[in-house]
Design a protein around this ligand. Structure first.
Ligand code: AMP
Length: 114
């Protein structure tokens, strides 16, 4: 997707602080962090949102959580706890339409979210 900023990051046409990369996934620091640890984990396949995922994307979306778990351990927030979030659509505040899992940690968090 030429006008997708996360696709541009995948293609190295846009800079990002990459923390993990393999053939099908990428994780990088959020540019506007909402917690001491705020990482975005994305599939390299352009999936717009959870709402547009199809059955063949099931593994990819599940794998985002395994990458998040590993990064939480690397960042040493796994003992204090962390939050994983996928915003879907306007009401949820999704602003980038390439599915991404937020990994937030390093501070206590309120519930319910605003
Ligand atoms: P969402 O609102 O759930 O769609 O989240 C999009 C996230 O992407 C926000 O937390 C932004 O701060 C983050 N973001 C937007 N552009 C970039 C970028 N170029 N590099 C890293 N993070 C970004």
């Amino acid at each position: 997707m030429p006008d997708c900023i996360f696709c541009r990051i995948i293609q190295k046409k846009m800079p990002a602080k990459v923390l993990f990369e393999d053939t099908h996934f990428l994780a990088f620091e959020d540019i506007n962090p909402k917690a001491p640890t705020h990482i975005l984990i994305i599939p390299k396949k352009h999936i717009e949102s959870l709402d547009t995922m199809v059955e063949e994307d099931e593994f990819a979306v599940g794998r985002l959580f395994m990458v998040a778990r590993n990064l939480a351990r690397e960042k040493k927030v796994h003992r204090s706890g962390y939050r994983t979030v996928i915003n879907t659509g306007t009401d949820a505040g999704q602003s980038v339409f390439h599915i991404h899992l937020h990994l937030l940690g390093g501070r206590p968090m309120a519930w319910p979210p605003g």
